[in-house]
Design a protein around this ligand. Structure first.
Ligand code: SF4
Length: 355
């Protein structure tokens, strides 16, 4: 029987850490038996940094008339993807901002162009806020937008923009972005279309522990609705708010509440609460090597990717970069076996040698 919000909140606040760790590790073994820990190579490219949303935690977005506003050019994509292939990766994480000048035709044209040039490229692109924005702009449904994007080459939908699925929180951190209900509805439609998706949480700002637990139960409830044998949420990835230079810190005095032990409790509770999401991914990019290693003993079974380029998270604080050898060493040092995986969290079979 999955834990209720009350039970999750109680355990989060009161349970001894070693007990959370023990239970989460047992559950991790039920979902993912053995000693393997997933990792992959991918590259994040931002389509544009122009974004009308101006979320108060975001230090990356620019207004259209900013001197450093950009839209990535075809030549830049080609250079970046060539570099990705040279390093042995095949997944491109394409993310916003939400540029009011760019409509559905722009995105379908971009995806088609990339897939024509690189047929084996996997596009993990956009996120529910962009789908909501495009549906409003084109005056059509989420299903219609997603169907066009899938036809153009979208392989999976990141859970970007979930932050905390709470109206109270979103009014302060991302008032112009998709609501919680819209975020969930886009994911519901994506699951019906059998598009693989991920679930996320950006925490450590103004939310309460209870709101974190509500967030987890909303994800779990939606996952329960997915049609049989459909992907649904493949993974859950929480990451902490980084405050450097953000409006949330500068204007509202909100500092990141991140600390390593709280992160580990969150990883463990996520594994315990999310009974129907198989993979829990720790974000070594934001929490670093030591906490990343410990998270593997608290229910996480994946350390994410060797992210060749990342701009949104690192715009608000330092990031921890690892090359493929270093990331595998981190996994081994923690007592596990690195398993290079694809975007669907399946091991490469046979293992693909790196160049
Ligand atoms: S977090 Fe994303 S949606 Fe929000 S302002 Fe930044 S780029 Fe735009």
């Amino acid at each position: 029987m999955p834990l209720s919000i009350d039970e999750g909140e109680f355990l989060y606040k009161e349970a001894p850490f070693e007990e959370l760790m023990f239970v989460a590790s047992k559950l991790r073994q039920l979902h993912n038996p053995g000693n393997g820990v997933g990792w992959m190579i991918d590259r994040n490219v931002n389509i544009t940094n122009i974004c009308f949303s101006q979320c108060t935690f975001c230090n990356f977005c620019r207004k259209k008339d900013s001197s450093d506003a950009y839209i990535t050019t075809t030549e830049e994509y080609i250079n970046k993807i060539d570099e990705l292939y040279e390093l042995g990766g095949d997944q491109l994480l394409l993310q916003g901002g939400m540029n009011p000048d760019l409509g559905l035709d722009f995105y379908t044209g971009l995806f088609r162009m990339l897939k024509e040039k690189y047929p084996s490229l996997k596009l993990h692109a956009l996120g529910p806020p962009e789908i909501v924005y495009l549906a409003k702009k084109e005056k059509t449904t989420f299903r219609d937008i997603l169907s066009h994007l899938i036809e153009a080459g979208l392989d999976s939908l990141p859970g970007a923009g979930a932050e905390i699925l709470s109206g109270r929180v979103r009014k302060i951190v991302s008032p112009a972005k998709a609501s919680s209900e819209e975020w969930l509805e886009v994911m519901r439609v994506a699951h019906r279309l059998n598009l693989p998706t991920s679930a996320t949480m950006m925490y450590g700002h103004i939310e309460t522990v209870r709101e974190r637990m509500e967030h987890l139960t909303r994800l779990r409830d939606l996952q329960e609705e997915r049609p049989e044998n459909h992907f649904g949420f493949i993974t859950f990835v929480p990451w902490p708010f980084r405050d450097e230079g953000t409006v949330l810190k500068e204007k509202h005095g909100i500092r990141s509440s991140y600390n390593g032990s709280d992160y580990l409790r969150l990883i463990a509770i996520s594994r315990i609460m999310l009974t129907n999401i198989r993979n829990i991914q720790a974000s070594v990019l934001t929490v670093g090597k030591e906490i990343g290693m410990l998270s593997l003993h608290c229910g996480a079974n994946d350390l994410g990717s060797v992210m060749i380029e990342e701009n949104v998270v690192s715009a608000a604080g330092p990031s921890n970069r690892f090359n493929p050898d270093e990331l595998q060493s981190v996994i081994r040092e923690a007592g596990f076996v690195p398993v290079r995986r694809n975007q669907k969290y399946e091991p490469f079979d046979p293992p693909t040698p790196l160049p």
